[in-house]
Design a protein around this ligand. Structure first.
Ligand SMILES: NC(=O)C1=CN([C@@H]2O[C@H](COP(=O)(O)OP(=O)(O)OC[C@H]3O[C@@H](n4cnc5c(N)ncnc54)[C@H](OP(=O)(O)O)[C@@H]3O)[C@@H](O)[C@H]2O)C=CC1
Ligand SMILES: C=C(/C=C/[C@@H](C)[C@H]1CC[C@H]2C3=CC=C4C[C@@H](O)CC[C@]4(C)[C@H]3CC[C@]12C)C(C)C
Length: 600
């Protein structure tokens, strides 16, 4: 007994010492390594940012072009040997920073300490806005550097307008399982949010797949995922926002509190004020997604399967990958905690669908895995761990990596480098000079949101103008003003059309009243159509999308004129809200931020 007590005491002492040493080690990492790595990151980023104008100088340009030609040909080597390892270092810095945030706060379920910190950070934003205005700033935007943002371009206006620093606001403030709400700061990324919520047994109804997308960007821009046929867009799952107006005033808005403002914030691109928190609905997480793959060898078969799947809210996830004008794979997923018997170690002889951890380093890119069902012309199903499912397109950046590192699916390549997914920011920073020109003329990354009834015609024009495959096809329900409709899940109508709607009260947020079931068609990569001519083709597709009352995703390049833009979006409602809250004097119109001339 005495020996047992002594043993247990010494064990406890050792484990406390171990914990303390661990903490000490972690702290020294934070205090020594983080600033060092941070400084390196800053140096690298500033050099890349400074390089763009320097490379365009007449004396430097010829040599730079020659070097760039070499780097373009050798891009896959550079991405492999430089960008991937740097991405890994960056991931480590982020993980340490996340850990630091966790350590300085008491446990998450007790909102107290985090709420205090959040309140202090908000006060700082208010003070910054007041100082900027008193100091004579004419135009405000967020200070988030362009290289961090999830699009292929840099915002020119970030150089001239006064940036409000929201960098500190990247935390999860509170998980309230009673109200089924998570309160988060706008800089919180999808990666940080899933890492916090899933271990607690919760998840978001709409969780856009790239780890580095932020809550602020997904609300002020738009966010979609394969559960959007059921829950709508990312913003439709939000129940309240806190925003700092250009007057410095902090306003909380919700369905029943400043409903016009609440409806106007989504898609507003920071033209009303600075979002400082969002309360988002959470749902119970399950361990796996049971994913059924249906290969289709005709367009008619695809349309029938896809439309039917999109109209049923008993499907948790619906997605299609279109590989050619006639061939595609429709994927339908349901959340589950249960694996079939063999996986649970039982002796049952009935084999179930397999468990496939598609996120492991050696697994093929998801779009190539899905294509195998088409090649075998055989439907199938499997169980995928939840986080692996959410981030199924992250490693291959949909299929963008195919052009950047064509050998990326090779086993040997994976063995050496497969565990390091590249950071979009680093790819962006190294897309300069000739490589950038090549991208501008020969590459597209566009998402068009079109009514389900226009899907066939839309695929036709995508084929004629871009001829680019695979295409990402994801159904979504575009809801009436968020202030007037319930959050989730949506009642499903058999046709998905003609649900009653009212005029949007204050924002440019869709939809047009006639139809609510829309489809996101995503085209990413190098177009193969002989018709393709970067500007002409995009203008043609934009005109078509307007004609069917569709929308262009504004993270992408838009070539629309301001009149065409206003034909596509409900700008009047947003302008009224901006005037009502005094935002129009210091914040630009959306058009000023997204038009082609505002980005480079
Ligand atoms: N699955 C999906 O849905 C995907 C979506 N995307 C796109 O990426 C974008 C998100 O990328 P991300 O890098 O996170 O966002 P960004 O930094 O690109 O922000 C997008 C817009 O929102 C504004 N904004 C962002 N945060 C705030 C805030 N706190 N207050 C006020 N305005 C704000 C920005 O204004 P400012 O210019 O002043 O900084 C900008 O106009 C989305 O808009 C989406 O369209 C990309 C990939 C996948
Ligand atoms: C909006 C959606 C998905 C979008 C992604 C496919 C694109 C979002 C950001 C895009 C990229 C950013 C920067 C790049 C650097 C260039 O050197 C190469 C291209 C790219 C990696 C580019 C590729 C496409 C994106 C990842 C959907 C899901 C709604």
């Amino acid at each position: 007994m005495g020996r047992h007590f002594a043993h247990s005491c010494s064990h406890r002492l050792l484990s406390t010492l171990h914990d303390q040493l661990g903490l000490l080690f972690l702290s020294s990492l934070f205090f020594v390594l983080t600033p060092l790595l941070g400084a390196l990151k800053f140096l690298f980023v500033s050099t890349c940012e400074a390089a763009t104008p320097f490379l365009a100088h007449p004396f430097v340009k010829p040599a730079a072009d020659a070097a760039m030609l070499f780097f373009t040909d050798a891009r896959s080597i550079i991405v492999t040997l430089v960008i991937m390892p740097l991405s890994l270092v960056w991931d480590i810095i982020d993980a340490l920073e996340d850990r630091r945030l966790d350590l300085i706060c008491v446990p998450l379920r007790n909102g107290g300490a985090r709420a205090d910190l959040h309140a202090r950070r908000v006060k700082d934003v208010q003070a910054q806005v007041v100082r900027a205005v008193q100091g004579g700033a004419k135009r405000l935007c967020t200070a988030r550097p362009s290289y961090l943002t999830m699009n292929a371009r840099f915002a020119k206006y970030k150089r001239y307008w006064r940036g409000i620093d929201l960098e500190q606001l990247r935390d999860v403030v509170e998980v309230d399982t009673g109200r089924k709400i998570v309160k988060v700061e706008p800089g919180c990324s999808m990666g940080r949010l899933t890492k916090t919520l899933i271990p607690l047994g919760w998840t978001l109804p709409v969780l856009p797949e790239l780890d580095t997308l932020t809550v602020g960007g997904l609300i002020n821009g738009f966010g979609v995922e394969t559960s959007s046929h059921k829950y709508g867009l990312f913003n439709h799952t939000c129940v309240a926002y806190e925003i700092v107006l250009p007057s410095g005033e902090l306003i909380r808005c919700a369905r029943d509190m400043h409903p016009g403002l609440f409806a106007a914030i989504p898609w507003s691109h920071g033209t009303i004020g600075f979002l400082v928190s969002a309360e988002i609905t959470i749902i119970p997480a399950k361990k796996y997604v049971h994913l059924r793959y249906t290969p289709c060898s005709t367009h008619a078969a695809f349309l029938k399967t896809f439309e039917k799947a999109s109209q049923s809210s008993s499907n948790d996830f619906v997605e299609a990958l279109i590989y050619s004008p006639t061939t595609s794979v429709v994927m339908i997923g349901t959340l589950t905690d249960d694996l079939p018997a063999p996986h649970r170690g039982s002796l049952s002889s009935k084999p179930g669908d397999k468990l496939n951890s598609i996120g492991r380093w050696y697994k093929p890119w998801f779009y190539t895995h899905a294509a195998t069902y088409l090649a075998r012309d055989c439907a199938g199903a499997e169980y995928i761990p939840l986080r692996d499912y959410y981030h199924r397109h992250t490693r291959s950046l949909f299929w963008e990596m195919r052009d950047i590192v064509p050998q990326g699916n090779n086993f040997l390549y994976r063995l050496c480098f497969g565990w390091m997914p590249p950071r979009i920011s680093l790819l962006k920073l190294t897309t300069v000079g000739k490589v950038k020109e090549l991208y501008e003329q020969n590459h597209i990354a566009q998402d068009m949101l079109v009514p389900m009834s226009a899907l066939t015609a839309s695929l036709d024009i995508f084929d004629r103008e871009f001829g680019l495959y695979p295409l990402w096809v994801c159904p979504m329900r575009l809801l009436s003003p968020p202030s007037t409709k319930p959050v989730a899940p949506l009642p499903q109508k058999s046709t998905g059309r003609a649900l009653p709607t009212t005029t949007p009260p204050g924002g440019m947020c869709p939809p047009h009243p006639a139809e609510q079931l829309y489809v996101d068609i995503g085209a990413y990569g190098v177009p193969a159509s002989s018709n393709f001519e970067a500007q002409r083709s995009l203008r043609k597709v934009e005109a078509f999308v307007r004609s069917v009352k569709g929308y262009q995703a504004l993270y992408a390049d838009t070539l629309m004129t301001s009149e065409e833009f206003e034909e596509m979006f409900e700008c009047e409602g947003l302008e009224n809200t901006r005037k009502q809250f005094g935002s129009d004097l210091l914040l630009p119109r959306v058009w000023e931020k997204v038009n082609a001339a505002a980005r480079h």
